[in-house]
Design a protein around this ligand. Structure first.
Ligand SMILES: Nc1ncnc2c1ncn2[C@@H]1O[C@H](COP(=O)(O)OP(=O)(O)OP(=O)(O)O)[C@@H](O)[C@H]1O
Ligand SMILES: [Mg+2]
Length: 282
């Protein structure tokens, strides 16, 4: 039992306090109109909040609107209904979207350059973190010369260096092998301890959510709704094999499978295709 660690959280009311650089979504909905008629309801009435410095993990089945949610928070698209209040946010997209003509250091330093730093200073600041992310020696490599996991780490660094206090990370460690993923999770936890930010972390990996989050929001199948929010009040650093971590992971997986029981393969495949930038209805 993890009764002391797991607390289902009620949905925040519209009047709930928004702390500093925190985040609040109230009744947010998003429906995509299809060119040839018809519509896809991605999100329906999503209410979530995160206080400054909190890490909110969002888990849910493929195609339930997680990427849509992050794009709404970052202002890349607008909701059809509901309200979003937050500080300007940086997005680490699900695909790395590095600029192919820039090398790894210039890609990582992009936000610093946009903020006005000279190329030398921006590269030097970004490069100083390359070793910690297992990228040492690849500063001058173009994205095409990097593995998928390395590109993902450069994109992750680019997001961290954005200077924004609200970070939206869309499956940041999804393309990494298990060992590197665990290292990166540890690195993120340390980085946030040193320099707290508000983070919305979308992940398919429930264990990752338990290891990193202050709270986990579980979404239903499309249209995504918040089925439940779990407070994770386990001490840090967390250990994967710790009984409370394992129990909470199983608890969250149970909620997720209940919420996705009605999902068909067609729906899942649609979300995966959309994530790859392909026609979800193909
Ligand atoms: N630009 C778009 N136009 C039309 N439909 C879209 C668009 N973007 C997403 N969708 C649809 O909205 C739904 C939610 O997509 P979204 O990418 O937000 O899901 P997701 O939860 O991030 O999925 P995954 O876990 O596979 O990444 C899907 O059914 C998808 O087909
Ligand atoms: Mg997605």
């Amino acid at each position: 039992m993890v009764a002391t660690e797991v607390k289902a959280r009620p949905q925040p009311s519209g009047a709930e306090r928004l702390d500093g650089d925190g985040l609040m979504l109230s009744g947010v909905s998003r429906t995509y109109s299809m060119r040839e008629g018809g519509a896809v309801r991605a999100l329906a009435g999503v209410s979530l909040d995160a206080a400054h410095g909190e890490l909110l993990a969002v888990v849910g089945p493929s195609g339930c609107g997680k990427t849509t949610l992050l794009e709404l928070i970052c202002g890349l698209q607008a909701p059809d209904g509901g309200e979003i209040s937050c500080a300007p946010a940086a997005l680490m997209p699900q695909r790395d979207l590095l600029l192919p003509w820039l090398d790894a250091a210039d890609n990582a330093a992009l936000a610093l350059r946009i903020a006005g730093l000279s190329r030398v200073r921006a590269r030097s600041r970004a490069s100083s973190l390359f070793a910690e992310l297992g990228l040492e020696g690849f500063q001058n490599a173009r994205p095409a010369q990097l593995s998928g996991g390395m590109r993902q780490r450069v994109a992750f660094l680019r997001t961290l260096l954005s200077g924004k206090t609200l970070l939206c990370l869309d499956e940041p460690f999804g393309a990494l092998d298990a060992i590197t993923r665990a290292e990166m999770q540890g690195w993120l936890a340390d980085a946030l301890r040193r320099e707290p930010r508000t983070v919305v972390l979308v992940t398919h990996d429930v264990e990752e959510a338990v290891m990193l989050a202050d709270r986990i929001a579980v979404l239903s199948t499309r249209p995504g709704r918040v089925i439940e929010q779990l407070e994770v009040s386990l001490a840090r650093p967390r250990v994967r094999t710790d009984g409370a971590v394992v129990a909470l992971r199983e608890h969250a997986l149970g909620i997720l499978s209940l919420g996705t029981a009605a999902t068909g393969d067609v729906e899942r495949a649609g979300g995966e295709r959309a994530a790859r930038g392909e026609d979800p209805r193909a």
